[in-house]
Design a protein around this ligand. Structure first.
Ligand SMILES: Nc1ncnc2c1ncn2[C@@H]1O[C@H](COP(=O)(O)OC(=O)CCCC[C@@H]2CCSS2)[C@@H](O)[C@H]1O
Length: 329
C-alpha cells in the first residue's frame, strides 16, 4: 500500500488531490491523509443553501465546499483528520463499508478505543459518531473517504450546519444529524492530531505500507483541478439542485413582504413579490431584472441598487429589508 499525506490545508486543493489520486495510474491500494482549515463540505447532490448557514459561514471565513461523493454535510477544522482509501473496486477489501473500515477500526482499538461501524456510513464510539464516510468511483477504482472528529470545535459544527429548512423545497439530499464526540478526550494518552495521524501511518507501515511524497505532476494537476472545479462558484453553488424559496417577513409598522422564487443551478429563474398593500409600480421590472441573477447577496444587491425602490415600495421597505426577505439565512 502507498501512503500520502497532504502538506496543504486548503479544502479545494485537497479535494482535487483526492480526486486526482483516484484517477491517477498509481497502484492501489492508496491511503491518503489530509486536514482542512475551517470548512463545511457538502455532498455532491446537496443544496448548500439548505445545509450551510451561509451568513455565519461567510462572517467567520468558513469555506463552503462540494465534494464528488454523495451523502451529507460535515464541518471540519484543524481538529478533523480526513482519510481516503483508494482501491481496485473488485478487490476483497472494496466489498463494502465494513471491509474497508475494519483496518481503521483495528487501529483505533490499538489506541484503546472501542469503535464500531454504525448506521449507513458512520463509525461510532459508545453510540456517538466519530467518523462519517462516503464513496465514489472512477472506472475500475473506488475512492472511500472519511473523517475523524479528533478535536473539532463542536459548538461551531452546530453553528454552521444549523439552517432553517422551512423556506426551501428541493430534492437535495438531506444530511443525517448525529450525536457526535471527539476522539481526543477518550484517549488515555495525551495525543495531538499530528500524533494521531502518525500513529495511523505507523500502523499501516508495519503492515507493509510505504509512505511517499506526492509526485510533482499530481500536485500540479491537482492545483489545476482545484482552480477549474472545486474553487468555482459553478461547482459549489451551480451544482445545487433546483429549489423553490418562499419567505414572508412582517416588518413592524410597515407590513408584510412576501417573496416566492424558483432557483435553478443557483440562478433565479422566477421571482414574485406579494404584499398586503396597494399602489406598487414597477414591481414587474424589478422581478424581470432579477431573473437570471445569481442567488447570492452581492449580485442581488447590485440589481436592487439600480432601482429607485421608493417608486416601487413607497417608504415601506428599505433595500436591506428586501434583501433580508430574498436571501436565505
Ligand atoms: N467532521 C465530521 N465528522 C463526523 N461527523 C460529522 C462531522 N461534521 C458533522 N458531522 C455529523 O454528521 C452529520 C451528517 O452525517 P451524514 O451521514 O449525513 O453525512 C456524512 O457523514 C458525510 C461524510 C463525508 C465524509 C467526507 C470525507 C472527506 S471530505 S467529507 C452532521 O449533521 C453532524 O451531525
Amino acid at each position: 500500500m502507498l501512503c500520502f499525506k497532504s502538506n496543504d490545508n486548503d479544502v479545494y486543493f485537497n479535494l482535487a488531490l483526492d480526486e486526482y489520486l483516484l484517477k491517477s495510474d498509481l497502484p492501489t491500494p492508496i491511503l491518503f491523509l489530509w486536514k482542512n482549515h475551517n470548512t463545511v463540505i457538502v455532498g455532491k447532490n446537496q443544496n448548500t443553501y439548505e445545509e450551510v448557514n451561509q451568513k455565519l459561514a461567510n462572517d467567520d471565513h468558513v469555506k463552503v465546499a462540494r465534494r464528488a461523493s454523495g451523502g451529507g454535510a460535515v464541518y471540519q477544522d484543524d481538529g478533523n483528520l480526513c482519510f481516503s482509501i483508494i482501491l481496485d473496486k473488485n478487490s476483497a477489501m472494496a466489498k463494502n463499508y465494513h471491509t474497508i473500515l475494519q483496518p481503521i477500526i483495528d487501529v483505533l482499538a490499538k489506541l484503546g478505543l472501542n469503535a464500531q461501524f454504525a448506521g449507513k456510513n458512520d463509525i461510532e464510539i459508545d453510540g456517538k459518531k466519530i467518523s462519517g464516510n462516503a464513496q465514489f468511483q472512477y472506472k475500475e477504482r473506488l475512492l472511500h473517504h472519511g473523517t475523524f472528529l479528533f478535536n473539532v470545535d463542536l459548538s461551531k459544527m452546530g453553528k454552521y450546519l444549523n439552517v432553517d429548512q422551512s423556506k426551501i423545497i428541493s430534492k437535495g439530499i438531506k444530511s443525517i444529524p448525529a450525536r457526535v464526540t471527539n476522539i481526543k478526550p477518550l484517549l488515555e494518552q495525551d495525543l495531538s492530531i499530528d500524533d494521531f495521524m502518525d500513529f495511523i501511518m505507523q500502523e499501516f507501515i508495519e503492515q507493509g505500507t510505504v509512505v511517499q511524497a506526492i509526485p510533482d505532476n499530481i500536485i500540479t494537476a491537482a492545483h489545476k483541478l482545484a482552480e477549474e472545479k472545486y474553487r468555482t462558484w459553478e461547482w459549489i453553488y451551480g451544482k445545487n439542485p433546483s429549489f423553490v424559496f418562499q419567505n414572508k417577513i412582517r416588518f413592524e409598522g410597515k407590513g408584510t413582504l412576501d417573496v416566492r422564487m424558483n432557483v435553478e443551478n443557483s440562478i433565479i429563474k422566477e421571482i414574485k413579490f406579494f404584499g398586503d398593500f396597494l399602489g406598487w409600480e414597477g414591481t414587474e421590472q424589478l422581478e424581470a431584472a432579477l431573473v437570471n441573477c445569481k442567488y447570492q447577496i452581492e449580485d442581488i444587491n447590485k440589481i436592487l441598487e439600480h432601482f429607485d425602490l421608493t417608486k416601487i415600495f413607497g417608504d415601506k421597505f428599505t433595500r436591506s429589508e428586501i434583501l433580508e426577505t430574498i436571501v436565505h439565512k
